[in-house]
Design a protein around this ligand. Structure first.
Ligand SMILES: Nc1nc2c(ncn2[C@@H]2O[C@H](COP(=O)(O)OP(=O)(O)OP(=O)(O)O)[C@@H](O)[C@H]2O)c(=O)[nH]1
Ligand SMILES: [Mg+2]
Length: 365
């Protein structure tokens, strides 16, 4: 399962966001370092297409795709040198696929800490880049000796040196526009800032109108259009407190509260979808009377690879996939009608599954 890690200063709203996403009971409190050990939970990837398919098939079971969310303790200036909870955050961040920065923008005199999201951003980026700089330096000095004996290591050392140049200027690697070769060479080193980043700007309850401006301000700093990191970074805004309150309500009341505030479906599904997109993740569906289900796959995967997400037997004994786009299937109204109309395509081993495909796998083991 993919993992998102919530990273930020104390009192930014990480645990509140974690609770809203996972329905978890993490301690959210108005003092720094309320979170010491990470909370780990599972969030559903809500997808209206799945609900529509389940309604169409009158499915008894509906299974959403899920992601793991890790709520990490707050970090402060100097954390990489042992301040606050010190380096404890490093190990936790190394284990996530994408970093979610929670940047506080709400003002509340009862809750200590800065309320300028750019100040939050400056500190978290600096600490992450310093931590990476330290690991890259020690790796380079260790590997330079090996490179003299073994020429094949030279490429890796060169990639580390390029990374070093960025980090030494305080630039996290997701801002560096790394090419695929450098990415591949750096991957085994588990650096923190080679991960993609989603920044959540946490605005006040009465600051919803200010979301577009707050997001634009953070984006201008973090990922201006045309910058190297444009594709590795996404920014969005929400009031975590309101989202967390809404998440605790039963579905009908939640919808009423969110629409009442002009928030539509709320920011959480959008946030999970953005993180999905950043990671190059896509969704395909299976649907029937027994169950409708959303499955996660990497963009570019073939039909047998997707079949393998369901069960390894389906990949091993893959014969073919019957395929239709979910919008088309929903418009027709049923799988059998779509078949009668000749709208179900038969695809083979080379087919690259598209986001929103509904699949039926034929296999034989
Ligand atoms: N007014 C307001 N308060 C918020 C908002 N989001 C979080 N808070 C409050 O801020 C305090 C800190 O929130 P937490 O979620 O515990 O923050 P954290 O980032 O997990 O903090 P640490 O665990 O100490 O790193 C809590 O009292 C929350 O209720 C918000 O959008 N508006
Ligand atoms: Mg916390």
């Amino acid at each position: 399962m993919e993992r998102f890690g919530l990273v930020g200063l104390p009192n930014a709203g990480k645990s509140s966001l974690y609770n809203a996403l996972t329905g978890g009971g993490a301690l959210a409190a108005p003092y720094p370092f309320a979170t010491k050990d990470p909370n780990i939970g599972v969030a559903r990837v809500l997808d209206p297409r799945l609900d529509a398919l389940a309604a169409m098939s009158e499915s008894k079971n509906v299974v959403h795709a899920t992601v793991e969310v890790v709520d990490i303790g707050g970090l402060v200036e100097g954390a990489s040198k042992g301040e606050g909870l010190g380096n404890k955050f490093l190990a936790n961040i190394r284990e996530v696929d994408a970093i979610v920065f929670v940047l506080r923008s709400f003002v509340d005199d009862d809750i200590p800490g800065p309320s300028d999201p750019l100040e939050h951003l400056r500190i978290v980026e600096l600490e992450l880049a310093l931590a990476d700089l330290e690991s890259v330096e020690s790796k380079i000095s260790r590997m330079q000796k090996a490179a003299k004996m073994d020429k094949s290591v030279a490429g890796e050392v060169a990639a580390l040196e390029r990374a070093h140049a960025h980090l030494a200027e305080g630039r996290p690697l997701y801002r560096a526009g790394l090419d695929d070769d450098d990415r591949a060479l750096l991957a085994p080193h588990f650096l923190l800032t080679t991960r993609r980043v989603l920044a959540v700007v946490n605005v006040a309850e009465d600051g919803l109108d200010g979301i577009p401006a707050a997001v634009a301000r953070v984006r201008a700093e973090l990922a201006p259009p045309g910058s190297a990191g444009e594709h590795d970074v996404e920014v969005l805004g929400m009031c975590v407190q309101l989202e967390a309150e809404a998440a605790q309500l039963p579905p009908e009341d939640r919808a009423e509260m969110l629409t009442g505030l002009g928030l539509g479906e709320g920011a959480l599904p959008r946030m999970v979808r953005s993180a999905y997109h950043l990671l190059g993740l896509r969704t395909f569906f299976t649907t029937g009377e027994k169950e409708s289900r959303a499955w996660t796959f990497r963009a570019g995967s073939t039909a047998p690879e997707c079949a393998g997400r369901i069960h390894t037997d389906l990949q091993r004994g893959f014969i073919r996939a019957d395929v239709i786009a979910c919008e088309e299937l929903l418009a027709i109204g049923s799988w059998s009608k779509a078949r009668d109309l000749g709208k179900i395509r038969v695809e083979g081993k080379e087919y690259r599954v598209a986001d929103g495909d509904v699949l039926e796998i034929r296999f034989n083991v």
